[in-house]
Structure formats: C-alpha cells, structure tokens
Design a protein around this ligand. Structure first.
Ligand code: 13P
Length: 259
C-alpha cells in the first residue's frame, strides 16, 4: 500500500516499542532476536526500549542492525549520590541510542513535572542521546475540552530553552493517557488534529519549516489492525507501541505496516 501524505517525504516513519516493566533477560534476548530477523528489510526508523536490566544484552543483539536501542527513562543528574537513578553516561555505556522522556506513566505515577522533563531532555541531548519526548492529556482533560491546551503547555515547557539545532535529536510522541493500555485508540482524525496543533506550535516556536520536518509519533493501543489508518494521516509519522510491542507477531506487522 502506498501512503500519500503532505510532507511525509521529509519525515521517515518511526516505529518504537516501549516494553515498559516486562521481560527478564532471556525473554528480552529472544524477542530482540526475532525482531532483528523479522525487520531486517524494514525501511522505517525502528527502536525498542527494553527495561534497564536487559539493555546490555539487547544492545549486543541489535548492534549493527536497523533497530535503535532505547531506554525508558534517564536521571536528571549526570552522576553522583542519586540512589536508584540511571545516568545518561551509564545509558551511553550500555549502547543506548535514544531515551523516552516524559511518558505519562512517569508523570502520573512517579511525579515527573514539566520542569524535570525539560532538564532530562537537555541532559540527554548533551550526552548525544536522542529523545522521544512524550505528551498527552488525561481523560478528564479531554472531556473538559482541555486537550489542546494541555498538550501545548507540555510541549512548550518541555522544549523551553532548547535550540532549534538540537531539535534534530528529538521526536515527539503524542500519547493520550486515556488510550494507553486501554484498548481505546484515539480516532485517526482526533489524533491527527492534536498532531496538527503540535506542528503549528513548533512552527511558531521555531522556524516554520520545523513544524513540517519534525517526526511526531502516536501512542495508545496501536495494534496491527489499526496502524494503517493512523499512519495514513497527514500529521502522524510513527507509533510508540506498548502492549503490542511485547510479541514479535504483533510488533513486526505494526513496524512493517505498509509492506
Ligand atoms: P499501549 O500500546 O499498551 O497502549 O501503550 C502505549 C504506550 O504507553 C507506549 O509508550
């Protein structure tokens, strides 16, 4: 299937799997091997983010392949007395290419604020780690008509003080909280509308061309049977996949949705 969209020539599709707190090392190795094999010929940008404990082992498997290695979080601090935290230096040492920052589970369950997220993004970039920066509204906020306002504020605060030249290392991910792990996907039109709001905002905060050139993923119950309709929208350039990224049989068809 050929997907025709506005400025998509500028933006390669980017499909990422966030394994969250799942998989021991053996299970992680097994899945990583299946993905390397099954996605060998996939031309999309691809990333998998295993738990910290499996990073080194998965790194050895994806090294030199078309799959980037992601981490699910990074500390605010470079190193030192921060019990339980993982620094960007440690992530680099494990072979990590990209880090997910601002996921709603970090914001809601672990109290991460926009200010912390902004600091983490800057620190990650300063260590040459690319970033998938997540934003998204809760169900109450959506029902209260606040979705655009909430997402706008999250993007502005998260990118505060970040230069245009550093945006090259950042991918946005719009993940409406009410669609995560619930089986409720945003309609392609609703998701596209928020992606469009983010593009206009980026075009206002930076050069107009930035709005067209940044990759914006959608996340929230992406499955093999809904990925095509989401990816066919003009402003949606990829997916950040949770549950369906835990099995090769569901992640591979998502990643190869147009082949
Ligand atoms: P689900 O695909 O399980 O809804 O999770 C989405 C997500 O949170 C990815 O970061």
């Amino acid at each position: 299937m050929i997907i025709i969209k506005g400025d998509h020539d500028l933006r390669n599709y980017y499909i990422a799997g966030n394994w969250k707190m799942h998989k021991n090392r053996e299970e992680a190795r097994e899945l990583a091997r299946e993905l390397v094999k099954g996605l060998e010929n996939c031309g999309h940008t691809l990333m998998i983010a295993p738990p910290f404990t499996a990073l080194t082992e998965v790194a050895a498997i994806v090294k030199g392949t078309n799959i980037l290695l992601g981490a699910q979080n990074v500390s605010l601090a470079e190193q030192g007395a921060h019990t339980g935290e993982i620094s960007p230096i440690m992530l680099k040492d494990c072979g990590v290419d990209v880090v997910i920052i601002g996921h709603s589970e970090r914001r809601i369950l672990y109290g991460e604020t926009d200010d912390m997220i902004n600091k983490k993004i800057k620190l990650a970039l300063s260590h040459d780690l690319d970033v998938v920066f997540c934003v998204g509204e809760t169900l109450d906020q959506r029902e209260g008509g606040e979705a655009e306002g909430v997402v706008t504020a999250q993007v502005k605060k998260g990118l505060n003080g970040i230069d245009e030249s550093d945006l090259r290392g950042i991918t946005l991910a719009y993940e409406p909280v009410w669609a995560i792990g619930t089986g409720k996907t945003a309609t392609p039109e609703d998701a596209d509308a928020i992606h469009g709001v983010i593009r206009s905002l980026l075009g206002g905060l930076y050069a107009a061309s930035i709005g067209d050139s940044m990759v914006i993923q959608y996340g929230g119950s992406v499955k093999p049977d809904n990925v095509q309709s989401l990816m066919s929208m003009e402003n949606i350039d990829g997916a950040l996949v949770g549950g369906a990224s835990l099995k090769a049989e569901t992640f591979i068809p998502i990643a190869k949705f147009d082949s």
